[in-house]
Design a protein around this ligand. Structure first.
Ligand code: ATP
Length: 239
């Protein structure tokens, strides 16, 4: 069995005493791509923030790479190898692509940079360009490539597709999946393009109103999309 990288049991997270996510059990193993799906406001981002301890959990247990996630532990989690790419992509508009790589590469080698550029060759021609002048898709690639420079063991990406054409997501997701398999990295995605995400995932969980309403292999969900639709739209009725 592959190594367990994230383990959450009964995760409950909220804002100002109101729980936005309740009783979520989630496991992510090495080399696995897991996608969180759900309608707007279902609690996907809140779940991610609870998993990495940016938001405190009010009930349950959550460990990333053996470290209990809670506020104040972000630096320790990052050092241990947890990389979170927020929906604003976490890049610096005034820095060039190359400067992003150099910032990240203080802790990694030239070989690593070459490998990352092999996965995202489009960035090779853009090394001298400021991030502010990149297209949305190029910025997303840079956000991911920058994180990959540090050889993370867990990569968490919130809404990669925000503002991007599906074709861009279609190009990027398979690369991330390949790298997960190649390096044993665990990947947790929040994604709006459900079909594209499922095609590049091993498993998926659907959240509805802050609770897990469906969980299965990505291939099974792709094969019978009526279950997915029922989970998306049934979340309202189940309560
Ligand atoms: P989307 O796909 O629209 O980004 P999501 O599934 O990521 O949605 P969350 O952003 O996790 O959903 O929001 C879950 C619930 O928590 C929503 O009802 C939302 O209104 C609420 N919420 C999110 N952020 C805050 C906040 N800072 N303060 C109070 N409530 C919040």
């Amino acid at each position: 069995m592959a190594e367990l990288l994230i383990e959450a049991e009964g995760l409950t997270v909220g804002y100002g005493g109101v729980s936005a996510v309740r009783d979520v059990d989630l496991r992510l193993h090495a080399g696995e791509v897991l996608t969180l799906l759900g309608a707007n406001g279902a609690g996907k981002t809140t779940t991610l923030l609870g998993l990495v301890g940016i938001l405190p959990h009010t009930a349950g247990l959550v460990r990333c790479l053996g470290i209990e996630s809670r506020p104040g532990r972000s630096a320790a989690l990052a050092r241990a190898g947890v990389a979170l790419i927020p929906d604003d992509r976490g890049i610096f508009p005034e820095l060039t692509v190359d400067e992003h790589f150099r910032l990240a590469s203080r802790r990694s080698s030239r070989q690593r940079r070459d490998l990352v550029l092999e996965y995202f060759p489009a960035l090779r021609d853009l090394l001298g360009r400021r991030a502010a002048l990149l297209s949305g898709g190029e910025q997303q690639m840079l956000g991911i490539a920058k994180s990959l420079m540090l050889s993370p063991r867990v990569l968490i990406i919130d809404e990669m597709s925000l503002g991007l054409a599906p074709i861009i997501v279609q190009q990027i997701l398979p690369k991330i999946r390949d790298l997960a398999k190649e390096e044993g990295m665990g990947v947790l995605l929040v994604e709006q393009h459900a079909q594209l995400a499922l095609a590049a995932s091993d498993r998926a969980m659907v959240l509805g109103r802050g609770e897990v309403v469906l969980e299965d292999d990505a291939a099974s969900l792709l094969a019978d999309q009526s279950r997915l639709e029922a989970a998306y739209f049934g979340g309202e009725e189940q309560r």
